[in-house]
Design a protein around this ligand. Structure first.
Ligand code: HEM
Length: 227
């Protein structure tokens, strides 16, 4: 048992489970962010009330702590696995096997992960940090209460074409990262059952394409509707 806990396979299982958990976070985050498509004061009010709920509800706060832990675990474990495999094979293969199924994304997971880490730092600084610790504009509701106007912060951030482009670019990296990540996680946790192999492969491709594409459509929509 002790050997298993320090084994590479256990670390791969942890990397896979944390990664799959983060995909469920992404789906939830995406659904919440879709409210940014609602135009006008109705969208602003709905999104700001949603943001208030997400930052004050104790169940959501507990889920957030689990999410931050999963992000840290995923980063540290995958970093460790990369270092370990480089140490085991310091010089890469001179010729890659043309028949192997490893595509560009599988060989570059570390680069893609680093791009995503950079994205996350910028992203959290722009919205999460500002919402929790920064100076925020307020929206005054019809009943006189005032709530933090995260809608305004978000929509104005995407009036900057470079910031918008940066998001679209990073969603490309997310797509490639998910394509290999989801497929390999399914295999690692033992879900690659032969009769469902094709189904899982298509499900991984669908997840890897649709989640980043819908995420990317939000900044693009906000940029073009606020020009
Ligand atoms: C591209 C469209 C996206 C938009 C408009 C967006 C917007 C936001 C906003 C407004 C917040 C602050 C919410 C709050 O503090 O209550 C937030 C938090 C966050 N975002 Fe995003 N996001 C996007 C994509 C992503 C992606 C692709 C990831 C991950 C790769 C991500 C990861 C996070 C995390 C981890 C938090 C902190 C969540 C928490 O405190 O529980 N976001 N996002």
């Amino acid at each position: 048992m002790n050997n298993y806990l320090t084994s590479t396979i256990f670390r791969k299982v942890l990397a896979s489970l944390s990664g799959l958990f983060l995909v469920t976070f992404l789906v939830g985050h995406l659904v919440g962010n879709l409210q940014l498509f609602i135009p006008g004061v109705q969208g602003q009010t709905q999104f700001n009330k949603y943001a208030l709920f997400m930052t004050t509800n104790p169940v959501v706060q507990a889920l957030s702590i689990i999410t931050y832990s999963a992000i840290l675990l995923h980063i540290f474990i995958t970093l460790f696995l990369v270092i370990q495999s480089r140490r085991a094979r310091p010089v890469g293969y001179a010729v890659s096997n043309g028949n192997d199924s490893s595509g560009w994304s599988s060989r570059n997971m570390a680069i893609l992960g680093t791009v995503l880490l950079f994205f996350l730092v910028i992203h959290l600084k722009s919205f999460w940090y500002k919402m929790h610790f920064g100076e925020m504009p307020y929206q005054y509701l019809s009943d006189g209460t005032k709530i933090k106007d995260l809608y305004q912060v978000t929509t104005s951030a995407f009036q900057n074409p470079f910031y918008t482009f940066f998001y679209v670019f990073c969603m490309g990296a997310l797509s490639l990262h998910l394509k290999h990540g989801v497929e390999s996680a399914i295999q690692t946790v033992g879900l690659r059952i032969p009769s469902y192999e094709k189904l899982f492969k298509y499900a991984a491709i669908a997840v890897a394409f649709s989640i980043p594409a819908i995420f990317a459509s939000i900044p693009v929509y906000l940029y073009f509707t606020n020009i």
